[in-house]
Design a protein around this ligand. Structure first.
Ligand SMILES: [Ca+2]
Ligand SMILES: [Ca+2]
Length: 255
């Protein structure tokens, strides 16, 4: 009997508590305190609310100097041990926009990693998503820096609390200034080489380009001319890319 009790106690003591995971995220506390107004209106956000897999919620509130300059936060698998974390953009008058990653730290929602800011107020960036784009076994975040003035496609690696600039390519635009549609890009393995590719418009937004970093540098592997400017969204659906154009028509492109 004593042995049975001992084993039971050992199991209870040694079972780690299940780590909580973020399952959804929404912006809260709308504010007009950062007067950039390029995402469809002048409203940005002062806070973020996440829902965890135990159905509880947690809030993160920015200091008064900062806003979330974004429309919808994204979940990407770059949190602790590869769990979901929130990728979004924080802007202020000191340095413009920076990427931030929010995750639970000691069960409390916090900014756990961030990039350097662009360096100028009223300069924005539009995050695309995450993947091992250069096939080195490490995940990167892809983002277009200053999409309104000749954007740079920039990859970032996470090194502890820093999102460090990695490989890049010029000139792209995945946002029309003044539009609330941010999703003018897609990530998928276009050429089936088992390395994820980045699909995004050229700087004039009249072409869709497929960029691969599989060989360590940016390489254009496919392109498509559009009959109108790309309005977005660009979505991979039913085995093809569906791109909404400025007249509302949809272009279909198959790999
Ligand atoms: Ca990589
Ligand atoms: Ca590929």
């Amino acid at each position: 009997m004593r042995i049975v009790i001992y084993i039971f106690t050992l199991l209870v003591v040694s079972s780690p508590a299940k780590a909580l995971e973020i399952v959804s995220a929404d912006f809260i506390e709308p504010t007009t305190r950062y007067d950039h107004c390029v995402l469809g209106d002048c409203i940005e956000y002062g806070g973020l609310k996440v829902t965890l897999d135990d159905q509880t919620t947690q809030d993160y509130i920015l200091p008064e100097t900062d806003v979330f300059e974004d429309v919808n936060p994204r979940l990407i698998p770059m949190g602790l041990n590869g769990r979901m974390a929130v990728l979004t953009v924080v802007s202020n008058h000191d340095g413009g926009a920076r990427l931030v990653l929010l995750d639970l730290r000691h069960d409390k929602l916090d900014i756990v990693a961030k990039s350097d800011p662009i360096g100028l107020s009223h300069r924005w960036q539009n995050p695309i998503g995450a993947g091992d784009f250069d096939h080195d076994g490490i995940m990167e975040i892809a983002s277009v820096i200053t999409p309104h003035i000749g954007g740079t496609l920039q990859l970032f690696e996470r090194r502890g609390a820093k999102l460090v600039a990695d490989k890049q390519a010029k000139s792209f635009s995945n946002h029309q200034i003044g539009s609330s549609i941010l999703d003018l890009h897609e990530i998928m393995d276009w050429d089936k080489d088992e390395v994820i590719d980045i699909i995004l418009p050229d700087v004039s937004r009249t072409k869709l380009l497929v960029i691969s970093f599989a060989e360590g540098v940016a390489k254009l592997i496919a392109e498509r001319d559009m009959v109108q400017k790309i309005k977005g969204p660009v979505l991979f659906k039913d085995d093809g890319l569906q791109t909404t154009l400025s007249d509302g028509s949809i272009d279909l492109w198959y790999p």
